[in-house]
Write a protein that binds this ligand. Structure first.
Ligand code: AMP
Length: 210
């Protein structure tokens, strides 16, 4: 299964990607997580990406295309993958297609903007392993501590309400047109976000026929 997850920031792509990845035994590739790790390690890509990521703007397409080409060439991607947060623009999708990167399905998780704004204030992220939690919907076992690796959870700088609003504007302008791009290729499947994580997984599993 080669799957793209589409949806606004905070739609639950990362959470659902992790669940589906375990279910299907394939890796999740999140460009957001790759960029945050690069920023933390001070690599050249990280230094280039920092100002964009922290202000909620999209990192230039050529940086993302380079990252994704390199990552998808790794052996663990041979049996399929879930792309979380990429492609995010038509040029990225076009470059992937032109580069022979195969996609079976683009799954769009539909959520109202106001739900996103309310939800993002509760998100907590692990700076070490990239895992994502929510204080109400998906709390860690111990408050403020990552279940996977034990690191102290943080609030992402770009989850501040003003930045979330800017990211939503970018989403509607730059990323939403991808729905039409994949619909034209007969690859778009849309589901509505549900009140709980497990219910959303259920509608996804049904929509994908898993
Ligand atoms: P995410 O964790 O997917 O919400 O991504 C966090 C931030 O990383 C975004 O707001 C962008 O600044 C940057 N980013 C992640 N993926 C992409 C992408 N495919 N294209 C451009 N920028 C990206």
């Amino acid at each position: 299964m080669k799957l793209i997850l589409l949806g606004a920031p905070g739609a639950g792509k990362g959470t659902q990607a992790e669940i589906l990845a375990k279910m299907l035994g394939i890796p999740t590739i999140s460009t957001g997580n790759i960029l945050r790790a690069a920023m933390k390690n001070g690599t050249p890509v990280g230094l280039k990406a920092k100002e964009y990521v922290e202000s909620g703007r999209l990192v230039p397409d050529e940086v993302i295309i380079g990252i994704i080409r390199e990552r998808l060439a790794e052996p663990d991607c041979a049996g399929g993958y879930i792309l979380d947060g990429v492609p995010r623009t038509i040029p990225q999708a076009q470059a992937m297609e032109d580069g022979g990167i195969d996609i079976d399905c683009a799954l769009s998780i539909e959520v109202a903007d106001q739900t996103i704004i309310d939800r993002m204030s509760g998100r907590r992220t692990c700076p070490d392993c990239g895992a994502s939690f929510h204080v109400v919907a998906n709390p860690p076992k111990t408050e403020g501590v990552c279940d996977n690796c034990g690191a102290a959870l943080t609030i992402r700088k770009d989850d501040a309400p003003e930045t979330v609003r800017a990211r939503l504007v970018t989403y509607h302008a730059e990323t939403e047109p991808l729905k039409e791009f994949y619909a034209k290729r007969g690859k778009l499947v849309s589901v509505d976000n549900q009140p709980g994580i497990a219910e959303t997984t259920q509608v996804i599993v049904k929509a994908l026929g898993l």
